[in-house]
Ligand binder design. Structure first.
Ligand code: FES
Length: 105
């Protein structure tokens, strides 16, 4: 596993999301009321960017066909998506946001 600094906290305000790239992965990072979450940005149903989805109750709704994913686990909660998206471990310190990824991924 490798730990990568992906953003300064000041770059991701409350209720914002951003896409970061780590290795070959595009990862959507969310700040939900001061809690941080990271899942693969690409919806498991088609090619939509989950960072552009609407967030509520720790879920994100895919902007293309409306499938919902749990931000804590990446689990697909509603159709048309049925496969989970990868969920990444996220840590923070005073100023920075880090993501842990498998170096071999
Ligand atoms: S692309 Fe996300 S639900 Fe279809």
């Amino acid at each position: 596993m490798g730990k990568f600094k992906v953003l300064n906290k000041s770059e991701l305000q409350n209720n914002e999301s951003k896409v970061v790239n780590v290795n070959e992965d595009s990862i959507a990072v969310f700040n939900v009321e001061g809690e941080y979450f990271a899942i693969n940005d690409r919806c498991s149903h088609a090619e939509a960017s989950l960072s552009e989805g609407e967030v509520y109750d720790c879920k994100v709704e895919c902007p293309l066909h409306g499938a919902e994913f749990d931000l804590r686990t990446g689990e697909a909660l509603t159709p048309p998506a049925s496969k989970a998206v990868v969920c990444y471990q996220i840590t923070t310190d005073e100023n920075s946001i880090y993501i842990e990824v498998d170096d071999n991924a």
